[in-house]
Design a binder for this molecule. Structure first.
Ligand code: ATP
Length: 250
């Protein structure tokens, strides 16, 4: 990877860009993943490259929902595997959740490489290489899912997901938690809980919140997400973007 000096004002962003480029070279990330990263960067710029109060609130609720789940599953695609593979493995352990490699532009080779990477990093439960079910309402290639992970999970974490798949999972009756820098995307609007934050910040926050809540009773976990309204959070996020932008020219 290109050496980036830590003193560079946009170090984190450039590092993420390098990781995605390396992911493409390693056959983990699709070339379309480069475009998704660019769109994410643009929104991150507008947000101010920080975890906003609304994102923090959504992350706290997401941690409670995931801890409360009976069968949580975490979806991993090529961008997620390039940016936060260690974080996803740690999160799966903290939540006792199954990881499922789930690719929009699926190739068996890429699925295998990502699953191997996660196992090399210590993941215990990785599925996705042999999908045995289909998600209703999606075309065949995009519908693939696995029993024991996304297909029969009650709560699914979908970082950087496409809107159709998010909608189809919600239609199946699952609680869906999205991580997406674009508060306007279909995924963000469809999900049960949307964390509008960069995955490189959101996953460490989720790990830390889940650890903090690990001794919380199911009843108290429920009270954290009882009455949660995702629209209110997305509206707050847009307000935060607006006030961040206004401040730039004062
Ligand atoms: P939708 O179908 O939900 O409207 P889309 O077509 O706009 O989605 P995709 O290209 O399917 O978007 O998915 C990429 C999404 O992931 C984008 O909304 C982008 O903002 C977001 N994204 C990209 N990089 C990151 C990142 N590092 N952290 C969080 N979100 C990201």
């Amino acid at each position: 990877m290109t050496e980036i000096p830590k003193s560079h004002p946009r170090y984190e962003s450039l590092l993420a860009r390098e990781r995605i480029a390396q992911g493409v070279k390693d056959g983990i990330t699709s070339t379309q993943g480069l475009i998704a990263q660019g769109r994410g960067e643009a929104f991150d710029y507008l947000i101010g490259e920080r975890t906003t109060p609304s994102a923090k609130a959504a992350t706290d609720v997401a941690a409670a929902v995931l801890l409360f789940a009976k069968r949580p599953a975490l979806s991993v695609n090529g961008n997620v595997a390039a940016l936060v593979p260690e974080g996803m493995v740690e999160l799966s352990k903290v939540l006792n959740a199954t990881l499922e490699v789930n690719l929009f532009h699926r190739s068996e080779e890429r699925v295998g490489k990502i699953a191997s990477l996660l196992r090399r990093l210590g993941a215990e439960k990785v599925l996705g290489e042999d999908p045995d079910e289909t998600i209703p309402g999606l075309d065949h290639a995009r519908a693939k899912a696995t029993r024991g992970a996304i297909f029969d999970a009650d709560v699914v974490l979908i970082p950087l997901e496409d809107g159709d798949r998010c909608e189809a999972l919600v239609r199946m009756g699952k609680k869906v938690i999205a991580i997406d820098l674009n508060p306007l995307s279909r995924t963000s609007r469809m999900a049960t809980v949307t964390i509008v934050d960069n995955i490189v910040r959101a996953v460490p926050n989720l790990i830390s919140f889940a650890k903090d809540l690990s001794a919380t009773t199911p009843r108290d976990l429920q009270s954290i997400f009882h009455g949660y309204d995702n629209k209110v959070i997305l509206r707050q996020c847009v307000d935060e973007i607006q006030s961040h932008l206004t401040k730039q020219f004062q």
